[in-house]
Design a protein around this ligand. Structure first.
Ligand code: ADP
Ligand code: MG
Length: 259
């Protein structure tokens, strides 16, 4: 039997119906993410990364192929799969703890267990003391920490992250990368991260999936065998970076095609 947190994307294709045409976005995607793995997906804008995460979290059922979590086909959203977006999507009229608690609304957990999980996850992301503040009182980095807490509060088997650090300034971004690593290690949750930032992907991941576009498909699957903690200035780091950039570039659309 598969272990907890195995995501198996099998032969997944997806098209959007446009007014007069069909836009093929994903073409036969096959990807297996093992329990506890940290996988990043990099690729050009529009190659279908967000679409793939939406399918994996169960927000869109209209696709061909199969997506299994621990051997079971996914159906609809579930507390077993958490998601974090680039914009925090916190509700402005709720406090931090109410926003995080909202993710447990359909959990069926007793109030005491919910309150404990909310408190634990606020502490996990370093926001203790901010329980009763409103989203407008939080900085961008703090809001993303809150979104990560909300994604994890139901103790999901896998956390899907769609460019969660993309809108942050460089320093906050580096800090939150450290936080993500620490959280991944303490929670032992499977992570699937979409990022534009190749360095971020190398710094965090066991494996990096390079996608190319029109239609989106997997171009390469690169294992990152660097020791932890990773040294961004090392030769080995630069070697992996070169390999990924080469793979991305090899699959970039020609200018004439892109025009
Ligand atoms: N709901 C939708 N309806 C029609 N086209 C869409 C929809 N969502 C995304 N697309 C198109 O699908 C392609 C892939 O989008 P997306 O998954 O957001 O890519 P990425 O996250 O890699 O930038 C893009 O061409 C985008 O315009
Ligand atoms: Mg996207």
């Amino acid at each position: 039997m598969s272990k907890r947190g195995t995501l198996d994307i099998r032969n997944v294709s997806k098209s959007y119906d446009l007014d007069k045409a069909e836009l093929k976005v994903l073409d036969h995607i096959n990807l297996r993410v093992d329990p506890g793995e940290f996988i990043s997906i990099v690729g050009p804008s529009g190659c279908g990364k967000s679409t793939l995460l939406r399918l994996a979290v169960g927000l869109d059922k209209d696709y061909n192929g199969e997506i299994l979590l621990d051997g079971e086909p996914i159906s609809g959203t579930s507390l077993k799969r958490g998601i974090v977006f680039q914009d925090h999507r916190l509700l402005p009229w709720l406090t931090l703890e109410e926003n995080i608690g909202l993710a447990l609304e359909n959990s069926g957990w007793p109030a005491q267990k919910r309150a404990q999980a909310v408190a634990d996850h606020i502490a996990l992301v370093g926001l203790k003391g901010f329980e009763t503040v409103y989203p407008h009182q939080l900085s961008g980095g703090m809001s993303q920490r809150a979104a990560i807490a909300r994604g994890l509060v139901s103790k999901p088997e896998i956390l899907l992250l769609d460019e969660p650090l993309g809108a942050l300034d460089a320093l906050t971004r580096l800090r939150l990368q450290e936080e993500l690593l620490r959280i991944w290690k303490t929670e032992k949750v499977t992570m699937l991260l979409v990022t534009h930032d190749v360095e971020e992907a190398i710094y965090l991941s066991d494996r990096i999936i390079v996608m190319h576009s029109r239609p989106g498909r997997i171009a390469s699957d690169i294992k990152v065998d660097l020791p932890w903690p990773r040294d961004r200035a090392s030769h080995q780091f630069a070697d992996v970076r070169r390999e990924i950039l080469r793979s991305m570039d090899a699959h970039a659309p020609k200018e004439a095609e892109a025009a």
